[in-house]
Design a protein around this ligand. Structure first.
Ligand SMILES: [Zn+2]
Ligand SMILES: [Zn+2]
Length: 241
């Protein structure tokens, strides 16, 4: 039954059916909650350290605001910056897992709020389109929705920008990226994306839920750059450790 309801319908059903918090399994209070996460667990989500790599958001223990990690120094990705709100572990990993795999799509709005906060903190809104990391058609059919697109739409609304999904497409099904080693990931996503000619001279904010090695963002940014995009940055909810 839950599969066929709208996002709001499913969220309501979860409240009525005394659903539990996706992090602590405790009963979800009526008010003190964010989607299907209780307020206490939401407040405990692990935020990323202030110092992180400008290009891939890898956290660093030092205190240099211009920090760039070793691999980005060697081959900088074609983005002006990448921002992440949190670390992909513990409670945030559970929330993102429910958002991505368990149809808890109503997490899009509160997660977009987190991503908005790091972008506002950076103070760079020089974009004319928000573009989600696309999902291959076959995978979209299997999954039913692209969580990056839901996030991008919610974020675009908050930033007063347009979400344009037609600017970038995934043309090759490179499933199971998470099971591959770093060098295999790069080969796996290489040329997997194609940008529309309409991306030419656009200023684009790429959006995804999680960044791991950054190879996906790199491949998307490269496709957009090849199509003539003028400026690209990336924003994600969480960076893996
Ligand atoms: Zn909880
Ligand atoms: Zn880096």
């Amino acid at each position: 039954m839950l599969q066929t309801l709208s996002s709001i319908g499913r969220e309501t059903a979860r409240i009525v059916l005394h659903a539990s918090c996706v992090v602590c399994d405790g009963e979800l209070p009526w008010r003190a909650r964010k989607a299907s996460c209780c307020a206490a667990c939401w407040a405990s989500l692990p935020q990323i350290p202030a110092t992180r790599c400008r290009y891939c958001a890898a956290p660093w223990s030092g205190n240099d605001p211009g920090y760039v990690c070793g691999s980005c120094l060697v081959t900088p990705p074609p983005v002006v910056w990448t921002e992440a709100w949190g670390c992909y572990r513990g409670s945030l990993e559970k929330v993102l897992h429910a958002f991505k795999f368990k149809r808890h799509d109503f997490f899009a709005a509160p997660l977009a709020e987190l991503v908005e906060s790091v972008i506002r903190e950076r103070g760079d809104l020089d974009f004319d389109a928000v573009v989600p990391v696309p999902m291959h058609r076959a995978k979209l059919r299997r999954r039913g929705y692209n969580q990056a697109e839901l996030l991008a739409r919610a974020l675009a609304r908050r930033l007063g920008l347009r979400c344009e999904t037609a600017l970038l497409a995934k043309t090759r099904d490179s499933s199971a990226q998470s099971r591959l080693a770093r060098n295999e990931r790069a080969a796996n996503v290489h040329d997997a994306f194609r940008a529309s000619p309409r991306a030419a001279s656009r200023r684009i904010l790429l959006v995804d839920d999680v960044i791991t090695t950054g190879e996906t963002i790199r491949a998307c940014a490269r496709a957009l750059t090849d199509a003539g995009a003028k400026r690209i940055a990336a924003a994600v909810v969480a960076k893996t450790e």
